[in-house]
Design a protein around this ligand. Structure first.
Ligand SMILES: [Zn+2]
Length: 65
């Protein structure tokens, strides 16, 4: 019997037709995970303007050498 952990709540479920939402344990966990991805993409998409100076830092001034 194959088992898989729900990516959302880490609950162990069977990889079978008993769990139609697999790898999620439930529709709710699936929606939560999709929502997390959607909000992540939205957050990234909203950061199209880089913070000043972040992109053109001189790599030779790296203090950890
Ligand atoms: Zn779950």
């Amino acid at each position: 019997m194959n088992t898989v952990r729900c990516p959302c709540c880490r609950r162990e479920i069977e990889w079978s037709a008993h769990w139609p939402q697999r790898p999620f344990c439930s529709e709710r966990c699936r929606m939560i995970d999709l929502g997390a991805w959607a909000s992540e993409e939205y957050r990234v998409a909203g950061r199209q303007i880089p913070s000043p100076g972040a992109a053109d830092e001189d790599p030779e001034s790296e203090p950890f050498n």
